[in-house]
Design a protein around this ligand. Sequence first.
Ligand SMILES: CC(C)(COP(=O)(O)OP(=O)(O)OC[C@H]1O[C@@H](n2cnc3c(N)ncnc32)[C@H](O)[C@@H]1OP(=O)(O)O)[C@@H](O)C(=O)NCCC(=O)NCCS
Length: 350
Amino acid sequence: MGFVVASAATIRPGLPADWPTIADLLTSSKLPVEGAQECLQHFVVAEEASEVVGCAALEPHGQHALLRSVAVSQQHRRRGLARAMIEHRVDSARRLGLGELHLLTTTASPYFARMGFAAVARSMVPADLDASAEFQGACPASAVLMRLDLRIRAATPRDAEAVAAIYAPIVSSTSISFELDPPSADEMRRRIEATLPALPWLVSVDAHGEVDGYAYASRHRERAAYQWSVDCTAYVREDCRGRGVGRRLYSHLLATLKGLGYHQAFAGIALPNAASVALHTAMGFEPVGTFREVGFKLDAWRDVSWWQCQLQRNEAPLRTPRTIEEAPLSAADIERKANDAVGSPVRARC
Ligand SMILES: CC(C)(COP(=O)(O)OP(=O)(O)OC[C@H]1O[C@@H](n2cnc3c(N)ncnc32)[C@H](O)[C@@H]1OP(=O)(O)O)[C@@H](O)C(=O)NCCC(=O)NCCS
């Protein structure tokens, strides 16, 4: 079974009969052929008019996997085929329960950065990947190691129920949120849909694909001069707290906001909240001041402490912040359907 992408192309699993074409594609794209035939069952190919025009593979090594062999024939580039195949392989890595995906590239790091991969030092390579042919010489030592965190993805309206379930006990039995009634799943869907075109809303997923936390940004204030400032918040399912989920969500959220061009991130923490103060301190936020008795909930006046994190040090804004829609290949967008893909040049070497 395959799915249709970029009008006439189909993405489907690689078959033994595809090998000669895949080998030609790898050779003409100057990618290593070593070890590729052995992981043919982990390839997908892009097929058009009964011709294989692209390929991409996931090469599992123990608890880790390499994304490799991303190649599109010259005349079919800039049509989103690589992105569709990569998303297919990323989904497959998630279904295998992997927490992260690595790749090596000599020339395509900006392309993969737009897909949410981040460059990491070669010394950070997990031991089981270090033993692979790619690390043992098939790729040049100058190739950049990149990593995608598979536990964080952009929220979709389908996550509304899980998000509402995480939030409900915080509203009903704590003063962490100043809402008085837990919003329904429908209301949460509306909020996700209203946020996402402009600003990031991320979810974290556990090894079973269940949402175990979320974080999002909202406008700090409406007037125009505030447009480079955002407010941030994160909520982690009660049974998953203290395991780094909040930190992972915030790392992605702040990196995405920085990429969009925001200058300052703010957070209001209803006191007391040791975990939230610890998370914001760990992420580089600094205390600004406290609004005294600014809300009344659960029979008491509540203080809110405000925190801020400078995302970048520019003397004047370079431009109006981009929206998530205008930066469709940001980390927050990795889950988009392949059919939405906009063509992108692919010059992957490893
Ligand atoms: C606040 C919250 C999002 C933090 O998420 P988390 O996944 O539990 O936090 P992490 O495990 O990523 O920990 C982040 C940092 O906070 C510290 N921390 C976490 N919980 C803590 C606690 N209860 N007391 C003290 N420190 C704590 C961790 O040690 C870590 O610090 P380090 O990175 O320097 O080691 C989570 O506790 C939560 O959902 N709380 C209820 C909702 C809430 O308060 N949201 C914030 C609204 S302002």
